[in-house]
Design a protein around this ligand. Structure first.
Ligand SMILES: Cc1cc2nc3c(=O)[nH]c(=O)nc-3n(C[C@H](O)[C@H](O)[C@H](O)COP(=O)(O)OP(=O)(O)OC[C@H]3O[C@@H](n4cnc5c(N)ncnc54)[C@H](O)[C@@H]3O)c2cc1C
Length: 497
């Protein structure tokens, strides 16, 4: 990057809110994905005007710009593939307005999900999308990935709560989309376009978010099964009853073993577990708990336990949230990686999908743990690979392709909530073959110089085992590129912290 750009950035945000220190660049080269690459500079704007000035400079100098929230995205979303400026949005973290009488709030993008709910909860409201990363992820990151979570079946995804946005466009122009009203048919719904745009169309600097009423009661049933198919059938039997759960979390035996071994949580040693949550009026919750137990038993549950006790429910939820870190400690030589990690299938296809995933894993000699927000058909798999073994990565990659082929054959999507970026790009292109050109035209119209998060989604041409954060493929494009890139680079030292 040219020295002039760094100097100009310093004029916009000042020395203390930017950095070109090698250690900072290295850290900001990661998100929660398998990928890594260093940016050239990190800046931390404090308001939309600063964001706009940074983007204008980037536009004039054709410098890549990558907006970043908490960096918890799982597919390489914030990894600066072509270097450039990381715009860290976390200083813009004010809750500007909470208007419960109008059912909306106005927040800056850097507000953390759990912190917003702590404020809303005191007034009897919430933003209920419940991503597993809620204690860290930002509302801006959630909007731009259309994040959701275990409660999407009943409460929807982030897009269902976005009423309006303030956005800095790739030219630096600041626009306002949507409204603060619950209804709006006024022109193109540009806020909808921004939702899920993964930092490729603009930078969100303010969000008008719809509020939901917090349920008065909730309860959970833990049901254990001797087969994964029975657990999958239980999910669709509950929906078909009809009964609207607020969440159903499914875990297979690989996940159960991992959390029992690493966290000692004492879950039943079964082939699969469903944690079924219902919420609402206390009387309705009691009635639904009974029906859930009956359906679970009819679907083949060998053990059920219901609880209304918040501590117990939190404990089960903790066990469920412990899957990701536990899988990473499953066996010493393995790391758990986000590969094929977020597909969604029609609910009734869950049994067929989970069985197929296990078969594909066996055939390719990889270990796959399957879990997920199964009430809405969203399944997560984590693959255990040997991080330094090219062969292990190749087998994993082959399994990923086969898993996604199966998902598409079942009428599903390659990503229910995490988004595309790099890790899902080749498979998303298969899924969206006939609308790719339209997406490209939209991108070109809004960002003709391709400065916003370039190289992602349809712009990614390679395979997924690239720009790895792990030491495989050392002679190829993928291996520890950051370390290689660091060699020969000098610390420019323009920044403060
Ligand atoms: C343990 C764990 C559990 C998770 N569970 C879930 C889950 O249940 N559901 C789910 O949906 N996701 C989940 N995720 C993925 C991730 O947390 C979400 O995608 C989250 O919304 C990302 O928020 P963030 O603030 O970390 O954004 P980042 O990772 O920083 O950025 C995500 C994307 O948004 C863009 N971006 C960020 N801020 C802005 C902005 N202000 N303007 C424009 N673009 C911006 C970035 O360029 C990037 O493309 C999980 C991740 C982890 C690590």
């Amino acid at each position: 990057m040219k020295r002039r750009v760094i100097d100009e950035l310093e004029k916009i945000v000042g020395k203390d809110r930017m950095s070109t220190k090698m250690a900072d660049l290295y850290v900001y080269g990661f998100d929660a994905s398998i990928h890594h690459k260093n940016p050239d500079v990190i800046v931390k704007p404090a308001n939309a005007k600063e964001v706009s000035e940074i983007v204008k400079l980037a536009n004039a100098t054709r410098t890549p710009v990558i907006p970043r929230g908490a960096g918890t995205a799982m597919c390489g979303h914030t990894v600066p593939l072509k270097g450039g400026i990381i715009i860290d949005m976390t200083l813009m973290n004010k809750i500007k307005e909470v208007r419960v009488e109008d059912l909306y709030c106005v927040v800056e993008p850097g507000v953390i999900y759990d912190k917003l709910n702590a404020v809303l909860g005191k007034k009897g409201f919430w933003f209920p999308t419940t991503p597993g990363s809620g204690e860290a992820c930002t509302i801006g990151g959630m909007v731009v990935t259309n994040a959701s979570g275990m409660r999407a079946i009943k409460y929807g995804a982030t897009r269902d709560y976005v009423l309006g946005l303030e956005v800095v466009m790739p030219t630096g122009e600041i626009i306002h989309t949507g409204t603060r009203t619950l209804k709006n048919s006024s022109g193109y719904q540009i806020d909808r376009l921004m939702v899920g745009s993964e930092g490729t169309l603009g930078i969100v600097t303010e969000i008008n978010l719809k509020l939901a009423f917090k349920p008065k009661a909730s309860a959970m049933t833990l049901a254990a099964f001797n087969s994964l198919q029975d657990a999958g059938r239980c999910v669709s039997n509950i929906i078909a009853r009809p009964l609207m759960p607020s969440a159903i979390e499914l875990m297979d035996s690989v996940c159960i073993k991992a959390v029992n071994k690493c966290m000692n949580v004492g879950l039943p040693d079964a082939a699969a577990i469903c944690m079924i949550e219902v919420d609402g009026h206390p009387t309705a919750v009691e009635e639904e708990l009974k029906i859930v137990e009956e359906i679970a038993r009819q679907s083949g549950a060998v053990h059920t336990e219901a609880s209304r006790d918040k501590k117990k429910i939190d404990y089960w939820t903790y066990a469920r949230k412990a899957i990701m870190p536990s899988l990473s400690r499953y066996g010493e030589k393995f790391v758990s990686v986000a590969l094929a990690d977020d597909m969604s299938v029609p609910i009734s296809k869950i049994p067929e999908a989970v069985v197929a995933f296990q078969k594909i894993a066996e055939q390719n000699g990889v270990i796959v743990g399957t879990y997920g927000h199964s009430a809405d058909g969203n399944l997560h798999t984590k693959m255990l690979v040997e991080p330094g073994s090219d062969d292990s990565w190749r087998r994993g990659e082959k399994a990923v392709g086969e898993i996604y082929d199966k998902v598409l054959e079942l009428g599903g999507t390659v990503t229910g909530e995490h988004g595309v970026s790099i890790t899902k790009a080749p498979y998303m292109k298969k899924e969206r073959a006939d609308s790719l050109e339209t997406m490209k035209r939209i991108k070109k119209a809004l960002d003709p110089k391709n400065i916003m998060n370039p190289g992602k989604i349809f712009d990614w041409d390679g395979n997924i085992i690239a720009h790895l954060r792990y030491p495989a493929f050392c002679e190829s494009e993928g291996c520890m590129p950051s370390v290689k890139a660091c060699e020969g680079q000098k610390e420019e030292g323009a920044g403060g912290k």
